[in-house]
Design a protein around this ligand. Structure first.
Ligand SMILES: [Zn+2]
Length: 315
């Protein structure tokens, strides 16, 4: 039994995952990342203790997936926008001390990618790229069971590769024209806010989910917003296919719950753009672990670091 913790900008989920990658119990609470670190780590420990009691079995280790940047070797938080007071704090060490088992931390997209590669749609594949599209775009690349890392164990930020250099759309990273600033959920909302007429009736209630719903109902502005995001999603994915030609790309995240609205346009862009690589051999699929991908992936991260018997060896 592995304890799993998923730390996101808005919510923290905690669960217990068994050795087959099945989530046995799940608890959730708001992150409240703007405040101090101590009450949050105490709350995580309490949730984990409650989950362990609920399952009634001994814990072997703890895996944490977190919105980045985190240092997967030391377990410490870097400078994370959502958590201004958490830099240098070390949830892996704190939970290790509290529970008396080893604990590890990974970037959440890397963790979810590991989960998909081992227990999801990437089983028996050598090269898996996991891409999550929600309020931002995150991605993790798994090569032969190992997370691809940059220098100093850094997590490559594929969501921030520039898709449109002429764009005046600012990104949270400080650059302009990044993939996530043009193709993630907030970009869909922003485009309608800027372009639809002042009397557009749904202006006050816009979200990516609502836009997808309106697009299905035939709303023209919502349909154009979806088409635009789909084209940008396709361009970014085409770049990644051209650079990595993976066996499989697993798509997750809130926006991909409406993947059927986006996939036809994405496939058209791939066919138009990836002319020098065998792009037809790259499977484009929906992440199979669904809403639990981050938690199950966090547990898988523990195997990745700590258990040679876990299948893919230690990191
Ligand atoms: Zn950016």
């Amino acid at each position: 039994m592995i304890g799993a913790v998923d730390i996101g900008g808005t919510k923290i989920a905690v669960g217990i995952v068994n050795s087959e990658g099945r989530l046995l119990i799940r608890l959730e609470s708001p992150t409240r990342g703007g405040g101090p670190y101590e009450p949050v780590i105490e709350r995580i420990a309490w949730m984990l203790r409650t989950a362990v009691d609920g399952v009634g079995e001994r814990l072997h280790g703890i895996g944490i997936g977190s919105t980045g940047p985190v240092d997967p070797l030391t377990g410490a938080f870097g400078n994370v926008n959502f958590f201004p007071h958490w830099e240098g704090r070390n949830p892996a060490e704190d939970l290790e001390r509290n529970f008396g088992v080893s604990a590890v931390i990974e970037n959440d997209a890397d963790a979810a990618a590991l989960g998909e590669a081992s227990w999801g749609c990437g089983k028996h594949k050598s090269r898996l790229l996991y891409v999550t599209v929600g309020t931002g775009i995150g991605a993790g690349l798994i090569l032969d069971g190992k997370i691809y890392r940059g220098v100093n164990h850094s997590h490559p930020e594929m969501g921030h590769h520039v898709i449109d250099a002429s764009s005046d759309t600012s990104c949270t990273c400080g650059s302009r024209g990044c993939w996530e600033s043009l193709a993630a959920g907030p970009a869909m909302v922003r485009w309608i806010e800027r372009n639809a007429p002042a009397d557009y009736p749904y202006r006050a209630e816009l979200s990516a989910r609502r836009i997808c719903h309106l697009a299905r109902e035939g709303d023209g502005w919502a349909q154009r917003s979806v088409e635009r995001a789909a084209r940008y999603l396709g361009l970014g994915l085409a770049n990644l296919v051209t650079m990595f030609v993976p066996d499989v790309i697993a798509l997750g995240g809130g926006v991909m719950k409406s993947a059927d609205l986006f996939l036809p346009a994405i496939r058209t862009v791939l066919a138009d753009s990836c002319r020098l690589v065998p792009y037809e051999s790259t499977e484009l699929v929906l992440a199979s672990l669904g809403d639990d991908a981050n938690l199950i992936g966090a547990a898988r991260a523990w195997y990745h670091h700590c258990a040679s018997a876990g299948g893919n060896g230690a990191d």
